[in-house]
Write a protein that binds this ligand. Sequence first.
Ligand code: F6R
Length: 239
Amino acid sequence: MKIIEKEDYTELSKEAAKIIISQIKKKPTSVICFATGSTVLGLYKELINKKNKVDFSKIIAFNLDEYLGLSKNNKQSYNYFLKKKLFNHINIKKQNINLLDGSTKNTKKLCIDYEKKLKKHPIDIIILGIGVNGHIGFNEPGSKFNSKTRIINLSKETIKSNSRFFKNIKEFLKKAITLGISTILKSKKIILLASGKNKAEIIKNFLKGPITEKLPATALRKHKNITVIIDKKAASLLN
Ligand code: F6R
């Protein structure tokens, strides 16, 4: 595992963008899985800033997770987020964007089909954040390390933490669709980003504590090609 400590959030975002851009330059047809949330926003801004220097037209995009029950046009959906914060600003082709649809009725089929698509297009690089409870995607504590794409009940901690994005939280924030941990681990390369003081405790437990399903991110420590990029505040409890 490679751990890169950066001075602050801006530097962290630039470092992450460098990795993604070099991946696309090396392999223009890269399959990239994108997270949402506040941590990745700086990275996406950086990618947009560099849009004249990078060709996104051949990449294939997947998203990591989605709230169940939200249509793709709902402003709180991750579908909307990724389009608004990244895809609408770069020259990615619409037909190369694969997003989970939270309004799907047949969720079982959705999960199976997504796994099939991912088998056909193995992920070259996946971008992850980490929840304050150690979740990756929406794999909440207790998620099996061999889990696949599925529906999951959101934990109380996640609901509390993500309620900052919702005005009308109670209706939607109960269940989500997420890539499973084993699905994430199949990615050829993983980058995980964490910024700020509120991530310091979980970063310490993620990197120094036991590998356990109680802290889903610890599964990543078994991966052969993972880079963790943290800023000083998120790293503050490491030494
Ligand atoms: C989002 C996701 C989540 C977030 C995590 C951190 O697609 O999968 O695991 O990465 O909750 O969220 P932020 O970055 O908002 O602290």
